[in-house]
Structure formats: structure tokens, C-alpha cells
Write a protein that binds this ligand. Structure first.
Ligand SMILES: *Cc1c(COP(=O)(O)O)cnc(C)c1O
Length: 370
């Protein structure tokens, strides 16, 4: 009898898992990188100062484990949102928070629900737990499928608002309709809410089954530092703390996040600039080019390219993607579903980067015409 292989010893669902596909992170310089919704501006200068202070001259503080529950950061996040520290849990990125939620609410006998399209990490996290998923599709209108969510038997339902990859935000009135009709936990992933006109935080006071998930990766320009958080009822936060790694947020990340949150004036400027660039280019796509584009409340634009002959569709979007790629302009194309395949998702960069993008698209249209 040969000894069993690691694959044979693994739980049967694990060898069948598909890992999440992150956007390309090119290692060589020279790309206009508009593919993973990172911030085009650096974080507050206070972040680098805080990191240097934390490291000191010899890195001695790194001998010591970090504050296990990230207590000072919980207090700062609570202050930011007008909540109590017991309503906050800090994660190693919001992906960590989403994973904690799946650990608490998902399993072989407990479905976790989400819409399609939305953040494609949700099914990956559920499947790691051998959990059941319940997928509720949008149609092209992207109106919230309220009746179908109401009928869902999922223990937790994940909604991205503003949604990814479309950028469309859901009104608080609609979220309250979901909370009134759906019996499970409603998780609103607000990764892009700092770029939106409104957010769901005011609903927390009335709805103990609402959880809001935020990240410092996008609006705080700290994707590399991995900090996100959950806002919710203290009872729910207590459940997340039971399944959390005890040292889930490292010392440097806690220091960086605290410094970022202490500089709201800087970030108000960053967000205002990203919104202004977004709105100028939304208008360019819709009015000037005549491309169907969803009204974005996020830091990206989801637009349906039309070629020089006025055609759109998956092949046209792919052709535009390839042309941009050859010119070292990196955007995102999601070819696997009819709702997303005719579109490109373009992160809002600096005005200069967006100018290079528009020039490359002009060149694409010119190349097609000849
Ligand atoms: C970027 C993103 C996240 C991930 O945030 P991290 O804090 O970097 O893990 C979560 N949800 C959505 C919808 C996102 O777009």
C-alpha cells in the first residue's frame, strides 16, 4: 500500500478550490495602472512618520507582539463614525473581516448569499469553508432584487455598495427594505463608500442585523498595509472576535492606520480630487464618446466601449483591453459573464494618467477606423 498523498489526505473540497484571481501587479515600472482600484495619490505624510517612529533606529519594538484586539485603532475608528469601540472589529484588510464573517455564518448547512456581479472574493471564502452559496443575479438595470433577497434563507447576505465592478450605490431606503424583509445578517461591504454621496452608517443605530465593512486600502491609499474593519452590534463584534486570529493586525499596520485616521483634512482633499476626476471622465465616456457607463459612486468607472464602427460587446471590450495593454495602460476586463464581459472597469487615476488613457482610447478608435 503506497502512503496517501497530501491531496488524498486533504479535506475533499480543498483540491477542488479555485483561488481568487487578483488584478495584475506588474513588477516593472512604466505602466499606467488603472486595474485594481488603488489610490493614485500617496497616503498622508503622517503615515510614513508613524512607521519610522514605530520602527525606531533598531526595530526593537518589532520583538513584541502587537496589541491583540487593536484597541487604540478600534477607539479611533469608533470616533470617526460616532460609534462605541465595542461596535468595531479591526481586520488584516477587509478581506480578513469578510473571512471572519464567513467563518461565523457559513458552512455546509448554512448558506451565505450575495449578488452577481459583486466582489468575486465572496464565493472563494465560502467555498474554503465548504459552505453553501446562494447567488442572486442582477439584470442590466442593476436594481436591487429585493423580493429574491427577501426569500433567501441565507444566514448572511453580502451586498457591495457602491457595487463592484459597476460602481452603482444602493440607497439606504433599499437597504432598510432588505433589513425589513430578509431574516439573516445583512453585510454591506462599503469598500468604496468614502467616494459616494452617502453611506449606511446611520442605519446601524436602528438595525442590529446590519454589519458594515470598510477598508483603508482604497480611500486611505493603504492597500499595502492591509487594514479593514467591521462596524456592527457589539454582540456581532463579539462573535467576530471569537474566530479572529489573536494577532491579526501587525504593529506597523496599526501604527499606519492610526496615523491615517488622524489626518482627515488630507484625505478629504484626496477623495474630492478622485471624485472630480471621476465625474469629469464619466462625462467624457457618456457624453463625448457615447459609451454606456454606469453612474459611479466609487473610484472606478465601468464603461461599455464602442469601436469606430459603433459596435460594442465582449469582443470589442477585449480588443480595447488588449490595445490598452499593448500601450502599457492596465485596466480590468471581466470576460466570464454577459453582464460584465462587454465592459471595462477603469480605476480613477490622476488627471495625467486619465489623459494618457483617453489618448490611448483615441488611438484605438483611430486604428480601427483606418
Ligand atoms: C478592494 C475591496 C475589498 C478589499 O479590501 P482589503 O481591505 O484590501 O482587503 C473588499 N471589498 C471590496 C468590494 C473591494 O473592492
Amino acid at each position: 500500500m503506497p502512503a496517501p498523498t497530501p491531496t488524498q489526505l486533504a479535506l475533499p473540497h480543498v483540491p477542488r478550490l479555485h483561488a481568487y484571481t487578483p488584478g495584475l501587479q506588474p513588477t516593472e515600472p512604466g505602466w499606467v495602472k488603472l486595474n485594481t482600484n488603488e489610490c493614485p495619490y500617496p497616503p498622508s505624510p503622517r503615515v510614513a512618520e508613524a512607521l519610522h517612529r514605530e520602527i525606531g533606529t533598531d526595530g526593537a519594538s518589532l520583538r513584541l507582539y502587537p496589541n491583540p484586539p487593536s484597541t487604540p485603532l478600534r477607539a479611533a475608528v469608533a470616533r470617526l463614525h460616532g460609534l462605541r469601540p465595542e461596535q468595531v472589529c479591526i481586520g488584516n484588510g477587509s478581506d480578513d473581516i469578510l473571512n471572519l464573517l464567513v467563518r461565523v455564518f457559513g458552512g455546509p448547512d448554512a448558506a451565505v448569499g450575495f449578488t452577481f456581479p459583486s466582489y468575486s472574493l465572496y464565493p472563494v471564502l465560502v467555498e474554503i469553508q465548504a459552505g453553501r452559496t446562494e447567488v442572486i443575479p442582477f439584470d442590466r438595470s442593476l436594481r436591487l432584487p429585493l423580493e429574491r433577497i427577501a426569500a433567501s434563507t441565507a444566514r448572511a447576505f453580502f451586498l457591495t455598495s457602491p457595487n463592484a465592478p459597476t460602481g452603482v450605490a444602493f440607497a439606504n431606503a433599499d437597504l432598510e427594505r432588505v433589513l425589513a424583509s430578509f431574516g439573516g445578517l445583512l453585510v454591506v461591504d462599503e469598500a468604496y463608500a468614502p467616494f459616494a454621496d452617502a453611506d449606511a452608517v446611520p442605519l446601524l443605530a436602528r438595525h442590529p442585523r446590519l454589519v458594515i465593512v470598510r477598508t483603508l486600502s482604497k480611500a486611505y491609499a493603504l492597500a499595502g498595509i492591509r487594514v479593514g474593519y467591521a462596524l456592527g452590534d457589539p454582540e456581532l463584534i463579539g462573535l467576530l472576535d471569537r474566530v479572529r486570529d489573536s494577532y491579526n493586525v501587525n504593529r506597523l499596520s496599526q501604527a499606519a492606520a492610526l496615523a491615517a485616521l488622524a489626518d482627515p483634512a488630507y484625505y478629504a482633499g484626496v477623495v474630492a480630487q478622485v471624485r472630480a476626476t471621476r465625474d469629469a471622465h464619466l462625462a467624457k465616456f457618456t457624453t463625448q464618446r457615447g459609451w454606456f457607463t454606469y453612474p459611479s459612486q466609487a473610484n472606478f468607472i465601468f464603461t461599455e466601449p464602442k469601436n469606430a464602427r459603433g459596435e460594442s460587446g465582449p469582443a470589442v471590450a477585449k480588443a480595447a483591453y488588449d490595445f490598452l495593454y499593448a500601450r502599457r495602460v492596465l485596466v480590468r476586463h471581466f470576460p466570464n459573464h454577459p453582464l460584465t464581459s462587454p465592459f471595462l472597469r477603469i480605476t480613477v487615476g490622476t488627471n495625467e494618467e486619465m489623459g494618457l488613457l483617453q489618448d490611448a482610447l483615441d488611438a484605438w478608435l483611430g486604428a480601427r477606423a483606418s
